[in-house]
Write a protein that binds this ligand. Structure first.
Ligand SMILES: [Mg+2]
Length: 235
């Protein structure tokens, strides 16, 4: 129990929100497109999507995260390139794929089972809460809405809205300012060791790494927890 912590900041994807549905959604989109476009192999299209994403990401990832390009543009372009690799050059196919992806993904958004109880317990203790998430505004806000957390925090910082992304210390500074606490009074929890652990530490917050999958430690968190319940003894 620390009397010093007055606010807890959360990463969203992989921390509060399950991220284990991502591959399944891509495959479901590919399955549907394979039915709509004869001759397309669904497995090949899903694989192309993954490869294109990794190839294309370094050139556009930062701009997408900071809201410098429309949120729909990058994922639509990924589908356009993936479809071209399996021989579909129909101009509307990529838009169709992106819309399908958005719809199927929206149905799959879900919190980790302990999230709501932990948030309620923190609120009961008078702890202020925030989300600090990297991604485009529309997508990240739709996730919060889908899990009934649109109004669930004292502050929400989406990189695509503030034009700064984790691990930049400035986004953590903005979060603590909005929460009305000092960095030393705030804790940030996240699953990404660069964006969350490195970022929070660099900004003077207590950094907690949530390691749901038993990954290798590659950063210097102040604490490591298995799931969100591990936060409660720390505040
Ligand atoms: Mg994450």
């Amino acid at each position: 129990m620390s009397a010093d912590i007055r606010a807890v900041c959360f990463d969203l994807d992989g921390t509060l929100l399950r991220d284990d549905h991502v591959d399944g959604v891509v495959r479901a989109v590919a399955d549907e497109l394979a039915m709509r476009y004869p001759g397309v192999d669904a497995a090949a299209l899903a694989e192309a999507n993954e490869n294109v994403w990794w190839d294309y990401w370094p050139a556009v990832g930062d701009a997408w995260m900071r809201g410098e390009v429309p949120g729909d543009e990058v994922p639509t372009e990924v589908w356009r390139r993936s479809l071209a690799q399996v021989g579909v050059t129909d101009a509307t196919a990529a838009t169709e794929a992106f819309e399908l992806h958005t719809a199927l993904e929206g149905n799959a958004f879900a919190l980790y089972p302990e999230a709501m109880d932990v948030l309620a317990a923190l609120r009961d203790r008078g702890i202020r809460t925030a989300v600090i998430t990297n991604g485009p505004s529309g997508l990240q806000r739709s996730k919060l809405m889908a899990v009934d957390l649109a109004e669930g925090f004292d502050a929400v910082l989406v990189s695509g809205e503030v034009g700064i992304q984790k691990p930049d210390a400035a986004i953590f500074a903005l979060a603590v300012e909005r929460l009305g606490v000092s960095p030393g009074e705030a804790l940030h929890i996240g699953d990404n060791q660069v964006a969350d652990v490195g970022g929070a530490r660099g900004a003077g917050l207590t950094a907690v790494w949530i390691d749901r999958n038993g990954a290798a430690l590659a950063s210097e968190p102040h604490h490591v927890v298995d799931d969100l319940r591990g936060l409660l003894p720390l505040v």
